[in-house]
Design a protein around this ligand. Structure first.
Ligand code: GRF
Length: 221
């Protein structure tokens, strides 16, 4: 079967991009990355794409009026590479409602919290401040509101008594690197259906809820 063609949008480090590159390198994986786009020329993630022989381009942007031009350039590049799905992976730029609607249910994002809790930035500091016992990550379809949209996969990570921001971020990131390839695989296999706010996953003919990696023991089963 033809592989799903994916464009990955980054702004920085690109460790989630790397997790997707590694997953797509497996012959049986049902998706391939046809393009990486960064909105920053100095994004270290660009080198990861280059090392994997994936076309990597920079589309920079200014303020205000240039937003349309920026998204037109994105659209053109994505169309030129015939990408069918866009994965945001640490892409630190808000997309307009017009762009998001055009890519409805074909545009996904990873966020380092258990959404809808803790959208936005400085997530781990806010998680620690709030005193919650669990955090994690979420892969979701993108909607016009920031860090909002139907949940495809989540990963849970306990918050430890002596956690600091870096320690928590590192443990969440390790789970992100498992969740994003899983979400991409489920979509590429055609098993993900969106109905309103909810996603269901085809599981041998049955509709199952979105997977959660590392569920806390007490809620298993
Ligand atoms: C990740 O924590 C991701 O959840 C968030 O931005 C970070 C990107 O990290 N959206 P990387 O560039 O993938 O290493």
């Amino acid at each position: 079967m033809a592989k799903l063609k994916v464009a990955v949008l980054i702004s920085g480090r690109g460790s989630n991009l790397q997790a997707l590159i590694d997953a797509c390198a497996r012959p049986e994986f049902p998706a391939e990355i046809v393009l990486t786009i960064s909105n920053r020329a100095d994004a270290p993630g660009l080198a990861r794409a280059a090392a994997a022989n994936i076309p990597a381009i920079v589309i920079e942007h200014g303020q205000g009026d240039e937003r349309e031009a920026f998204e037109a350039a994105l659209t053109e590049a994505i169309a030129a590479h015939e990408a069918e799905l866009i994965c945001l992976a640490g892409f630190m730029r808000l997309l307009t409602a017009t762009f998001v609607e055009r890519w409805r249910n074909r545009l996904i994002n990873i966020h380092p919290s258990l959404l809808p809790a803790f959208p936005g930035i400085n997530v781990h500091a806010r998680v620690l401040e709030a005193g919650v016992r669990f955090s994690g990550c979420t892969v979701h379809f993108v909607r016009a509101e920031m860090d909002d949209g139907p949940i495809i996969v989540q990963g849970a990570v306990p918050v430890l008594a002596d956690d600091d921001e870096d320690g928590l971020a590192a443990r969440v990131l390790a789970v992100e690197h498992r969740c994003y390839p899983l979400a991409l695989r489920l979509i590429a296999e055609g098993r993900v259906r969106v109905a309103g706010l909810h996603v269901t996953i085809d599981d041998g003919g049955q509709r199952a809820p979105p997977p959660i990696l590392n569920p806390p023991d007490d809620i298993v089963g």
